[in-house]
Design a protein around this ligand. Structure first.
Ligand SMILES: O=C[C@H](O)[C@H](O)[C@H](O)COP(=O)(O)O
Length: 224
């Protein structure tokens, strides 16, 4: 296994220790979450009684494959714990997310959760967010105008593509990747972006993380 994958596995598996019987769990998205789900499967197979709310169709597919029971917002709006990945984590545990395009559902689930645990390899740690492009989900109608509004806030933009086609999110929307460079004040930028007509959500997750579990080569680090 590649070192980066091993670090994700270490972090993902550690997070499962925080899951207790009877909990409703927000199931995040991405390759680190995959390892968490694999470990959770073992616990479920041994009798752990939980329900998961997936934040993407991909996670939903994995959870079903692993036999992890699922629920949705028609049954409950109470989420005890959410476990999710991140593309960047700064020293205040603010996050840049959405590299896989799942930011809207992640934001909804993580926001509702009583507790949010972020799992990541040590390559995701940074002093300041913004090395990675910032994903912003937008309504397809008028997206070029929305991209221009985004650019007026000081970034260049790229329309997210997949296999040379426009990437469509699980919610049927487009994602515009914004290149701001290092972000001075993530919370302020998030608020400015949210005010733009056509913007649905941003990949900035500020003041939400309770615990970050970071996988290193031979250990896990806990950041609070
Ligand atoms: O949209 C995707 C999510 O925000 C992921 O949690 C994020 O991209 C991290 O994914 P990975 O664990 O694969 O690096």
């Amino acid at each position: 296994m590649k070192t980066s994958e091993l670090k994700k596995k270490i972090a993902g598996e550690k997070a499962v220790d925080s899951i207790e019987n009877g909990m409703t769990i927000g199931l995040g998205s991405g390759s680190t979450v995959y390892w968490m789900l694999r470990k959770l499967k073992e616990k479920v197979d041994s009798g752990l009684n939980i329900k998961g709310i997936p934040t993407s169709k991909r996670t939903e597919g994995w959870a079903k494959e692993f036999g992890i029971p699922l629920t949705d917002f028609s049954e409950t709006t109470k989420i005890d714990l959410a476990i999710d990945g991140a593309n960047e984590i700064d020293t205040n545990l603010n996050l840049l997310k959405g590299g896989g395009g799942s930011l809207v559902r992640e934001k909804i689930v993580n926001h509702l959760a009583n507790r949010l645990i972020i799992i990541a390899d040590d390559g995701k740690l940074c002093n300041q967010l913004g090395k990675h492009h910032l994903p912003v989900e937008v309504v397809p109608f008028g997206w070029k105008a929305t991209a221009r509004s985004l650019e007026q806030l000081g970034c260049s933009t790229t329309m997210r593509l997949q296999d040379e086609q426009v990437f469509i999110s699980d919610n049927g929307n487009y994602i515009i990747d914004c290149h701001f460079g290092l972000i001075e004040n993530p919370n302020k930028l998030h608020e400015q972006l949210k005010l733009l007509v056509g913007v649905i959500e941003t990949g900035l997750f500020c003041n939400m993380t309770d615990l970050a579990i970071i996988g290193h080569e031979e250990k896990v680090e806990l950041l609070r």
